[in-house]
Design a protein around this ligand. Sequence first.
Ligand SMILES: [Zn+2]
Length: 447
Amino acid sequence: MKRFAAALAFVLLAGCGGETQTRDTSFQESPHATPGDAPAVTELNAVAEAFVKLGLELGVYDDDYVDAYHGPPEWRAAAEASPRSLDDLAAAADALIARLDAVGEKGARPAMLRRQLVAARTRIAMASGDTFSFNEETKLLYDAVAPAYDLAEFDAALSDIDSALPGEGPLSQRVQDFRNSLAIPPDKLGPVFDAAIAECRRRTLEHYDLPAGENFTIGYVTDKPWSGYNWYQGGFVSKIEINTDFPVIIDRAVDLGCHEGYPGHHTWNVLVERDFVGANGWIEYSMYPLFSPQSLIGEGSANFGIELAFPGEEKTAFERDVLYPLAGLDPSNAEKLAGVNKARRKLSHARNHIAREYLDGRIGRETAIDMLEKYGLHSRERAEQSVRFIETYRGYVLNYNLGQDLVKAYVEAAGDDPWTAFERLLTTPLSASDLAAATGSGAAPSE
Ligand SMILES: [Zn+2]
């Protein structure tokens, strides 16, 4: 490993030390100090501000890094006008990590800020041409490592689906034919998605008071490596996009409505802006860095949000009674589709395995596409889209399934109302290792 990895090993180790550092009272004279601020908080705020500015500059080199930004517009303009070199950004990130460690503050906020800085430092290294193994990369970026997988378990899940959908021809073809028979006609996409998102929102607002004016727009796009995306705009407004490159199957309406909207990404972003940035003044949360430990919480909570909002058979019932008729589809297929999906859920981790094998160079691109076709039960074209996603977002894939497992375990272990536990998760700076520690989960991300 090159010099960046050695430096990262140092900053990671430094963060594990349990000793409390002595506070430097000279922080009191910081120009950022405001009356009533403890010196450590003032210094923490200064590091947070420097982190945001550094992240905006990194965004000039790494197009996908800044997923959302709603801080001062002049910071972004300044970053784009004259970004530091990658070498300078690397040195600046190291200095900020050292500065944060010198504050010696314990708690969720500084712990998360440190992980954000380590993740930024890693993306700077990657933008500079450095490479990491899949596991090293996910540990540094997302504070998580996917477990080892046994293909026999995925093969067993394929057998279950085979029993649910008996017939001639390859299984992936049978699954696609069945699913494609339940595609939402293009002229019904709007009404079906509007109804689905309205129901996701209604169920979420029964439990949460979201700020007045929170809102979203929805658009239909093509030629993307993802199936849906929430572009958070700030000011409690989201822009949700649905990719229509492939037929949109009826079960995706509630999935995407919850995942991108309520109680998923839109809700999470609204709560983070309201509580972290607004109430607490934690400026680091005015930027959402895609390649960061926040994303495991974001994707995991967005996926878990589907079963939170529609527990048990409620999703199937809502689809059968409301969405199938709206789409002009035969509602008698709803239970069968739900049964196939339950078995498919067990296959979701297969993409972590395939991505790791491919990105670590143990299998080639064609083999990766073959495996995604087989274990993802995709068409060739859809498997190719999935490889493009892996090439673009790399280890990010584990945030969906490992994140979902960790969030589910956290909510179930909390022992109180699941919506209360879920809101606490969204409004506390936690990352994967915190969730694993809170639940004693077998998915503990420590190496
Ligand atoms: Zn997502």
